[in-house]
Design a protein around this ligand. Structure first.
Ligand code: BES
Ligand code: MN
Ligand code: MN
Length: 464
């Protein structure tokens, strides 16, 4: 077998690799909550130390206006191709804490039906500490065995879960430092442990918060009920009107730039294995729900969506309070597909939402962070190098799959650095990222560490 020494090093160091990941998972690097700031910084330092110990040079924790960006590199030969690895060391908040079977920052390995070899349960196990760390460990193995095939640069950020606001300016400022031939990211998923796939697209995002105001103060619902607009009634009515009977989004212009896939492309997509029953069973639902005319796979990847993420207002305490609230609120996200522009969609939403508000109410729409969608090529050397790597370690080629999630920074890499990305994700949709009991398969962790070195080897050989 090729890359024997690297693979032997991985086999010999499995316990160490697991324990080190568990150490990293113990630090609660929640970027959204300022009370965890010290832990986020500590995670940046720990990541830098791991990079240094693995053999990286010029390891630097670059400060930003927010959380730092960890950089490290190994340039073995300037004439060889350079791989820029991107990942994130920050994690989502762990709440609701009471729904975790074991504490979110005390990693434990337990088996599940999908992960008979065991899975590491902790916040960030899959998204993205576990997947980011595979690259550090694959690099360590290649360094230790003298088989590193390409130059490598690492850029690990700490603000992905809060919109990567400081990463754009960082890459703008460090274009020279970040010069590379390809970006490699493990922050997505694959179809299943025996159906490897490479993510070839991500949706974009437009995120808004809306506030509806009716009367200037909360009112007695007997004295005023029926006479003034109740902001919660109005808000729910307005939200309900955003989808028609076919579950199409009704915002004028929303679909103008959406690219319809050709029947051939849709046929190609439909080849990926998908079980409706298994899908429903995993979520304990009796049927799926979505836009007419599209399959579940299509609804979740190549079609744009609009979802309420949170809604609140009025009285939600114990017992009953008869009140017409003065205000009602909602957070609404729209997942976008190629050619839709987040700022344009936000503007369309804002105009439409203000237009449909009845007299007697006031609407304020506040945009949050957004991000551009991406599609990555499958006819590139880098894609072929990745595909061949999966073939070596899984015994079958990876299927290209467009994912519904978003990593806004990938589009920026292309715009600012002029670089394409290959997304070699090893997580599963069932790994509960962002949810209680997030986990990452031990199989997936090691499979990732084993597959990455072949990408490096193939990319070097195919670039020649
Ligand atoms: N790693 C995820 C995105 C992801 C997960 C893509 C699985 C494909 C498959 C990333 O950390 C994430 O959570 N992104 C956010 C957007 C971000 C701006 C907060 C998302 O998709 O909601
Ligand atoms: Mn992630
Ligand atoms: Mn995430």
């Amino acid at each position: 077998m090729i890359m024997e020494k690297t693979q032997a090093y991985i086999q010999a160091n499995k316990d160490k690799f697991l324990n080190e990941l568990m150490d990293l998972l113990r630090i609660p690097s929640i970027s959204a909550d300022p009370s965890y700031a010290n832990s986020v910084l500590e995670t940046a330092e720990a990541t830098a130390t791991f990079l240094k110990n693995a053999g990286a040079d010029n390891v630097t924790v670059f400060p930003t206006d927010g959380y730092p960006i960890v950089y490290g590199e190994k340039i073995i030969d300037a004439s060889l191709p350079t791989v820029l690895v991107y990942g994130h060391y920050d994690v989502q908040p762990a709440d609701p804490l009471e729904l975790w079977d074991s504490p979110a920052f005390e990693p434990v390995i337990k088996t599940t039906p999908i992960h008979p070899e065991g899975a590491i349960f902790a916040r960030g196990a899959c998204d993205d500490k576990g997947q980011m760390f595979m690259h550090v460990k694959a690099f360590e193995a290649m360094m230790a065995s003298g088989e590193l095939a390409c130059n490598v640069k690492f850029m690990i950020e700490g603000e992905e879960e809060v919109g990567s606001i400081n990463l754009g300016p960082f890459i703008e400022k460090h274009k020279e430092l970040l010069k590379a031939d390809i970006i490699l990211v493990s922050d997505t998923g694959m179809l299943s442990n025996d159906t490897p796939s490479i993510t070839t697209g991500l949706r974009g995002l437009s995120y808004v918060e809306v506030e509806i105001t009716g009367p200037n103060r909360d009112l007695h619902s007997g004295l005023y009920g029926g006479c003034v607009a109740n902001p919660i009634n109005i808000l729910t009515k307005m939200i309900a009107s955003l989808h028609d009977e076919n579950n199409h989004i009704t915002i004028p212009g929303f679909y103008d730039k959406v690219e319809e896939l050709t029947p051939a492309e849709r046929d190609e997509m439909a080849k990926a294995p998908f079980s409706h029953d298994a899908y429903c069973d995993a979520l304990k639902i009796d049927n799926v729900y979505g836009e007419n005319g599209y399959t579940t796979m299509e609804r979740g990847s190549i079609r744009p969506t609009l979802d309420v993420n949170g809604i609140w207002g009025g009285y939600i305490g114990e017992g009953a309070k008869t009140v017409i609230p003065s205000k009602a609120y909602a957070k609404i996200s729209m997942r976008l597909v190629p050619h839709q522009v987040p700022d344009e969609i936000t503007e369309l939403f804002k105009n439409h939402f203000e237009n449909i508000a009845p007299a007697g109410t006031k609407v304020v729409v506040t945009p949050h962070h957004g991000g551009n969608p991406v599609v990555t090529p499958t006819d590139s050397i880098a894609y072929q190098a990745a595909s061949k790597a999966y073939e070596t370690t899984f015994g079958k080629p990876a299927i290209p799959v467009r994912s519904g999630g978003s990593i806004p920074i990938i589009a920026l890499f292309e715009r600012i650095l002029g670089l394409k990305t290959v997304m070699m994700g090893f997580g599963l949709d069932s790994d509960a990222i962002h949810s209680p009991n997030e986990h990452y398969g031990v199989f997936n962790y090691f499979k990732g560490i084993e597959t990455i070195p072949y990408f490096f080897k193939n990319f070097r050989e195919m670039t020649k």
